[in-house]
Design a protein around this ligand. Sequence first.
Ligand SMILES: Cc1cc2nc3c(=O)[nH]c(=O)nc-3n(C[C@H](O)[C@H](O)[C@H](O)COP(=O)(O)O)c2cc1C
Length: 202
Amino acid sequence: MEKLLFVDCCLRGREKSATYQVADTFLKTYREIHPQIQLEEVVLAEEKLPCYTGREIEQRDRLLGAGQLDAPAFRLARQFAQADRILIAAPYWDLSFPAMLKAYIEHICVCGITFGYADGGAEVGLCRAQKLLLVTTSGGAFSEGEMWMRGTGCAYLKALCHMFGIPDFQSLWVQGLDIWGNDRQMLLQQGQSDARELAERW
Ligand SMILES: Cc1cc2nc3c(=O)[nH]c(=O)nc-3n(C[C@H](O)[C@H](O)[C@H](O)COP(=O)(O)O)c2cc1C
């Protein structure tokens, strides 16, 4: 059975989060079209993952040195590597995404599980997923010309997908929600409509 992993980084809570509303519309549509898909969720507000310090790195290196890829510490990495499709929902914070998502990424970047190295030293992606989608919403709206510096979170996640061996990275970014005078409800509805349309062809 195919698995869809939903990484929920909507830290203001599902009730309040605009990002969650758009991601939820995507998920509902996708699951209507693919009723057989098995949904797994990681709610980062509940996981409360520590950022890596020397302690976590030493533990990781000790486990990897002992070949213990099945250790509980690598649960999230194994889950990520085994998913067929991955949806990440995270609001746009401080030009990228919340630190909690970076902490999650530190936990899933495990050599031998999500990526590795071939004999000649070349990087090899070990993830099963063919597609990863980031759903995000921002207060501001940005022009094409600004995207090289405003879209660093997307560029970073795309690079990570490359390292993980996930060929298809896409983002659905609803912009301008907090601009005074904008019709927030209308923008959100348009975002949800885009989410439905994307889910039909994802
Ligand atoms: C901590 C924090 C940082 C933010 N940083 C930015 C920013 O750099 N640029 C921007 O346009 N909006 C920024 N915003 C606004 C959010 O991107 C916007 O309100 C978004 O829709 C929130 O999504 P949510 O409702 O899912 O939490 C920030 C909001 C918060 C709480």
